[in-house]
Write a protein that binds this ligand. Structure first.
Ligand SMILES: [Zn+2]
Length: 326
């Protein structure tokens, strides 16, 4: 059996998979844990190990929301370290890889089916180009998929912590607010759940918002997007519009950096929840507004990944190949 994991700042998903024909994997079971409710990844893995019972685990790969160096990672938004030896001890297999979460998600891209995706822009997909993945959730992740022969090779990045590039006077004002608050303006401070809260703070300056009364901290970004989508608060709708436009612009930046003529994929937990806003036009308008390279970006297919277990599947797929379990 193969274990795939996706350790996020909010949710940790673990899945048990069985190698099937044609290098595919069959899902035996998936398990979800609230990351913040545990002290360490070992504690979650121990609970998972008891839940799956006495099965032999041949290999495991865990995607982690943070930079991975030397098969170990420190999570960016949770104060944890994750090492391969800790995972190995908890799962009882020596074949363990720790991956960046977006790198893991990128490993799923070539196996996703039409049912897993929502097409935002069909483009003209090329079979000889690169691809890229961007994912706003608890944080912002970005990964490139570099074309090597007929395969796409995922390459992790920490692009979410790169500088936020303001395009308008209003976004320059937003950068001022972020610099006052954090010292610098990272893309993630705009494009993530906490980023949406920053935009909410920005659009509600000098005004009250009734939408967040009695809402638990962790549920605030979802409440802002619901209020924005439903038009129940004009400033919440404004915050969501700014979010969608900045998301499209950053996806366009990533597509340019990667030369992603095989496809740009939008993962993460936020996109499926704000799909009506993403399809309304502002996302693609900002994505394409990269003159003089608009024509190039018109060719790039843009897809939202709807399958929230894609990261898990990608990690398991990586473990399967890495351990030679075909
Ligand atoms: Zn509001």
């Amino acid at each position: 059996m193969i274990v795939g994991g996706d350790v996020g700042g909010t949710k940790t998903l673990l899945g048990l998979f069985e190698p099937a024909a044609d290098r595919l994997l069959r899902v035996v079971g998936t398990y979800s844990y609230a990351t913040n409710a545990y002290q360490s990844v070992g504690e979650i893995l121990g609970q998972f190990r008891r839940a799956i019972g006495a099965v032999t685990i041949d290999a495991a790969a865990i995607g982690v929301a943070g930079p991975v160096v030397g098969n170990a990672a420190r999570l960016t938004n949770v104060t944890w370290d994750i090492t391969a030896s800790e995972v190995a001890g908890a799962l009882g297999t020596r074949r363990v890889r720790v991956l960046n979460d977006l790198e893991a998600l990128a490993h799923s891209v070539e196996t996703l089916t039409a049912a897993d995706l929502h097409v935002l822009h069909p483009g003209l997909p090329r079979s000889d180009g690169n691809a890229a993945v961007i994912a706003a959730g608890t944080g912002l992740g970005e990964a490139l998929l570099h074309r090597v022969g007929s395969r796409l090779q995922p390459v992790p990045s920490e692009g979410g912590h790169a500088d936020f590039a303001a395009r308008t006077d209003r976004e320059i004002e937003l950068v001022r607010m972020l610099r006052e608050r954090y010292g610098r303006a990272e893309v993630e401070q705009v494009l993530s759940g906490p980023g949406l809260v920053n935009l909410h703070r920005f659009t509600h300056r000098g005004g009250e918002c009734q939408m967040l009364e009695g809402v638990a901290d962790g549920d605030i970004p979802a409440r802002i997007s619901q209020a924005g989508l439903g038009g129940r608060c004009q400033q919440c709708a404004d915050a969501l519009r700014m979010f969608v436009s900045a998301y499209g612009a950053e996806a366009g930046n990533l597509a340019l950096r990667a030369m992603a003529t095989s496809g740009l994929y939008i993962g993460g937990g936020i996109a499926p929840k704000i799909l009506p806003a993403l399809t309304a036009g502002a996302f693609m308008d900002a994505f394409l507004a990269k003159e003089p390279l608009r024509d190039l970006l018109e060719q790039v297919p843009v897809n939202v990944i709807l399958n929230q277990e894609a990261g898990l599947l990608g990690a398991a797929r990586y473990a399967q190949e890495w351990a030679g379990l075909m």
